[in-house]
Design a binder for this molecule. Sequence first.
Ligand SMILES: NC(=O)c1ccc[n+]([C@@H]2O[C@H](COP(=O)([O-])OP(=O)(O)OC[C@H]3O[C@@H](n4cnc5c(N)ncnc54)[C@H](OP(=O)(O)O)[C@@H]3O)[C@@H](O)[C@H]2O)c1
Length: 304
Amino acid sequence: MNYLEIKDIPPVSEFSLGCMNLPIDDPAETEKIIAFALESGINYFDTADFYQFGENEKVVGEILNKYRSRYNFTIGTKVGNEFDAAKKEKIAWNPTAPYIKSAVKDSLSRLGVDQIDLYQLHGGMIEDDKDETIQAFDELKQEGTIKAYGISSIRMNVIDYYQKHSSIATLMMQFNPIDNRPAEMLKDLDDSIRLLSRGPVMQGLLSDKSDEVLERKFKAGLLDYTHHELNQSVEGLAALNDDLTALSYRFLRAHHSVIVNGVSSFEQLKANLQSYNRIEDISQKSYEDIFNKIKPIKYGAHRL
Ligand SMILES: NC(=O)c1ccc[n+]([C@@H]2O[C@H](COP(=O)([O-])OP(=O)(O)OC[C@H]3O[C@@H](n4cnc5c(N)ncnc54)[C@H](OP(=O)(O)O)[C@@H]3O)[C@@H](O)[C@H]2O)c1
């Protein structure tokens, strides 16, 4: 397992676990996945207060705390979507300082920790009072409630503001060879900010289940791809290497990114880790050929 530096927190495993789709209604299966992740050298676990309206933080926190004496790990969580946990409803986007400072206490309690390792703004709009949000994160960092903070955003104008006016350690975006929209932004990303790529297997499209996932999840196409174009791209990628997951990971490694894998079963984690161990089997030529098989996509909105 490779580990990547992130400012203000210990190095994070290049292959990390996204906890959003874990089967938290089955805590034993969830624990099996998390325990296997820890044994495999994974030390970054990504959750959010909003996932299952607080339940994800509770289940993941409780399981991880059982393993704290044996493993060192980092938990990232997120804030900004105000919700009613009892009604299981979103109330509003809320990046204000009073809300963040109150929500962080709820996350600490649900996770069962004294300090949050990585606290991420779960979105962000150009219209937000961004200085107020940044000040809240800085104050939480100074008082030791959080170690580091970041944002999860796909909006170029928002990312640019945070890059210039805050000390974000991380930027999370959906990124993989098919959804390659972040590529054009990365040349302007400050070296001190680590990219956390979510969606590395594009919901299973970049796995050995690609045919079935294409029909089940992407009948209407995806982003700028029609269903037909998506099929052509996936077939083109498979001709480079039949391990589509390893190809995607190779692409993300070339962008110095943490690969935040989401899984809903133990088998998926096992399969994805096997592909991670095959990254080095992907030749430089196959990596370069990826760009001939995909559609370069740009964000149309929220540009600078
Ligand atoms: N805005 C945000 O900040 C934001 C948004 C989304 C996600 N995230 C974070 O990023 C993480 C990863 O994102 P993601 O879950 O969207 O992306 P992903 O890792 O590309 O997709 C995960 C899903 O892909 C399928 N999958 C995974 N491995 C597979 C395999 N080997 N074979 C077949 N299917 C497979 C599963 O779908 P099925 O369950 O349908 O089988 C799984 O739930 C999340 O867990 C979360 O921590 C953040």
